[in-house]
Ligand binder design. Sequence first.
Ligand code: FAD
Length: 634
Amino acid sequence: MSVKDPDPQVHDEQELQIDTRGMSEGKRAALEVTEDAREKEWQFPSFAGDIFLGRVRFSLVHPFPAGERSARGEQFLADLTSFLEQNVDPQQIDETGEIPPEVIEGLARLGAMGIKIPEKYGGLGLSQSYYSKAAERVGSWCGNISALLSAHQSIGVPVPLLMFGTEEQRRKYLPRIAKGAITAFALTELGVGSDPARMKTRAEPTPDGKYYILNGNKLWCTNGTCADLLVVMAKTPVKGRDGKVRDRISAFVVDGKAPGVTVTQRCRFMGLKALYNATIEFKDVKVPAEDLIPPEGKGLRIALTTLNTGRLTLPAICTGMVKRCLQIARDWSNAREQWGAPIGKHAAIADKIAHIAANGFAIEAMTRMTSGMVDRKRHDIRLEAAMSKVWGTERAWEIIDDTVQLVGGRGYETVASLKERGEKPYPLERTLRDSRINRIFEGSSEILRLFIAREALDPHLKRAGDAVNSQLPMGRRLSSALRAALHYAWWLPSRYVPIAGVSTTGLEPRLARHVRYVGRASRKLARRLFLQMLKHGARLEREQLLLARFVNAATEMFAISAVCAYAQHRIDEGAHRDEVLDLADYFCCEARLRIDAEFRGVKKNNDGRGYRLAQRVLEGDYTWLEHDLVPLEF
Ligand SMILES: Cc1cc2nc3c(=O)[nH]c(=O)nc-3n(C[C@H](O)[C@H](O)[C@H](O)COP(=O)(O)OP(=O)(O)OC[C@H]3O[C@@H](n4cnc5c(N)ncnc54)[C@H](O)[C@@H]3O)c2cc1C
């Protein structure tokens, strides 16, 4: 996927590339809304997207895109670290469910509310790489502050304004935000989780066109209880090219203190006890028309585009968390003796430690690589960021769980209780609670896998989608089929016989062999994916488990590439050559085993039986399995 890939047809916005025949009304509506919100062009090369096409352009990521170093960035990281250490007590924040106001003020004074906001608007003007490193530091210390900063500047007002806002909007809001005005992002509603088509919140333009009148309710708005400004998604009537007026989602900057904005509940969760998360009612809120983030009707696209980079914050936070886990795992596994040896000498625990170290290194490699790509501004990073988010949050969850397991009973105990006995206050119980949400918000794992699969199939759908779309006229299907046949007549054989190998110049031989493997494995993936397309036609889009296997395999290939490029970068910088090579080699061998398993699963699986069984469970055929319960109404 790149600028060189021809885009054979520009589709009208309302025309789907996907065959929606047989879909329920609700499914079709959801698909239409998300398709309309998709970024349809691939303006820059996509390293991860290419993997699905059987092409590995390692030169895109090697030398490693490390991000420019700056004195200001280094100083900020140092100041942030000492501020956290000296002023922020994560245990107290967890126990009281409140972040002291002086902590928020202190963070604002440091510039932490405007890390990426350009200096001309009063921000620090730092790169994505520095932003990710800052998220990593905060993530290693306090989940609640990570969430506050992340909701504020990964999905809150600053980024949509920088990407889509007018100059007036930027001048009006960004200096306030950089100084510490807290922002939030309000998309979710009672009926709107992953499916924005069901949105009820509306903004009606006033007859004079000067205002929109906003009405609706938003759920789980992080920072919502204290937000000075919110990005609110609402349906507005928008005239299409055909002159018809349709409801489209638009994005507005809304003053959190405006008349009609009411926090109706502070929501509480399993972890992140000090999250300022709210349900918010908007009742006849008068929003000035100039606070609509343009273009009108493209609010969801604005939100999703913002999230493309925004969701990188989560693997960055996870990087910090898992480094803390590694530190605890090493400390405890050396110190704790059971059955005549330190527990780290027992193979079952040693295996966990190897995974923690290697997977933690990989989360860091993927996040730093993608952040560096963002800074270069010549990569399309939507797949890399989504892969880093899914893979990073899932591995981080396993790592935290494994660390709790190897610490044993003390891993389950609160910091306060450990301290009471004078034991080491490992914050694992809190970290486990705080981290569970990472696989759900900013794109759940399931939805992001569908997103990655959709983007991975895009070149094929553009080329051959019409041929297999039974909703199109036969003439158009035939001409599309002919064009596709000509293309695939050379494309498919070329996925068997490599025209040129993957360039591994400048890589240590122990790393190069894994990158060459990625070249071979990606061709296998492209062939298999194509054969599945032939088998399932346009309905492949609905084969979620099958597609997830391809997505997982490609994500592992991206992880291997990131690890090898990052390992070489660390070695070139003079760091621990042998240790880095052993770590990377172990990681890549493990990832290759996982890729093999995903390919095996494509050929042989139990998906159909599982789906049928689940439907019978849902129909109530197995309620007898729920016998002997203490009654509970819900
Ligand atoms: C602590 C917290 C903070 C949050 N902060 C914000 C915020 O600041 N702003 C905001 O707007 N929202 C926020 N959210 C909402 C969050 O983004 C949503 O929880 C998330 O989008 C998922 O929506 P849902 O929980 O309604 O799940 P649903 O959409 O109901 O999904 C339930 C499950 O089904 C899966 N699923 C759904 N559709 C499909 C499908 N088509 N195929 C396969 N699987 C599917 C999902 O992955 C999930 O596992 C927050 C939520 C929480 C809990």
